[in-house]
Design a protein. Sequence first.
Length: 389
Amino acid sequence: MTSRRGAFLRSRGLPLLTLILLACGGGDNTGTPVTPGTPRISAGELRGLEISVERNELRVGQILGPALAYGRYDDGTTAVVEGVWASSDPQVVEVGEAGALTGVAVGRATVSASFEEYGDAVDLIVLEPNPRYERDQPDDRPGPQIHAVYALPSDVEDTNLDRYGDIERSLASIQHWLGDEIGHRLHLDTTGGKPDVTFLRLPFTAQEGEERAESLLVDLAAAIRDGMGTSPDKAYAVYYAGRFGEACGSAAVEDRVAAVFLDAEGCSATAMGAGEERASTYEAVMVHELLHVFGAVPECAPGRLETSPHVGGNVQDLMYAGPEWSREVEAAIDPGRNAYFEHGLPDCPDTSASDYWRPVDRVEAPAGGVRTPRLHIPFEDWPIRCGLH
Ligand SMILES: [Zn+2]
């Protein structure tokens, strides 16, 4: 007789948070989250199977996942089971025994999992990787704009965040959120209608970068100048594959460089660029640092901290830098309109006047009252650990 018990499958490096979210994502059941490292056997009877995958798109050469097969049990619990995986076209998507998905060639394929008498399937599309550019490409439009950079210390493994679309998704989710939050989006530097992302191999190692501490941003700015040239019209949104202590990001205001630190100690393992409508920690940090570049928080603003260009009053403010907080936060841009965005204070700089914004066109406004998801930041990432003091 076959066992109806779900066998726990090791998480294989999937971030803890992702796994818990996936485990809780089964809708209205009261299932116990699957905790990596803690085998859990369901006492219930299997009632169905569901595949969970980060997204339905991957690039040629990319390995995604693993996809996970969840058993649904009659007692309301779910558990990862060791399903048998198959691809409708292994020439397009290869699926490993443990559910790892590899993009082999451009096309579409269906990946299925079966366990006991149940099965589930997901459709996947495989696209060409984005081209990689090591120079600023011809701009679609002139004027002030934000140019994205994927910056790797000399010794850090290249995980293709530019080629596999992660940075593009991160920027898209920032744009979605900003349009909804303040009715403005960023003037992004695009080429051929797509974000122009420059790949920059840095002349220093991750360790050297960390030792530079406060001057890391200045060095990043210099590396951008030397490596790809800079334009006085441009600000730079840098995805830096390194760290500087606990900081999740920082800015060099005079050089117009905003950076997020992808290997930061102080940032949870939330995925960067998880989806176009799934902005989270790294997207919040990028907007926070860009706001510094745009002039936030000006010294003339009431409520500005004496010690740093942040606010100390409203805990939900994206520029908040007050005491630690212990709940998940829905971040907002100057919700009181009294510190740095549309504050209306005479003779006090306002970031809403920045030329890096463009108002959202009416056709882009959410239709039928449908709002894009709010920017939820896990409590352990709040307030944002910013390198600017
Ligand atoms: Zn800051």
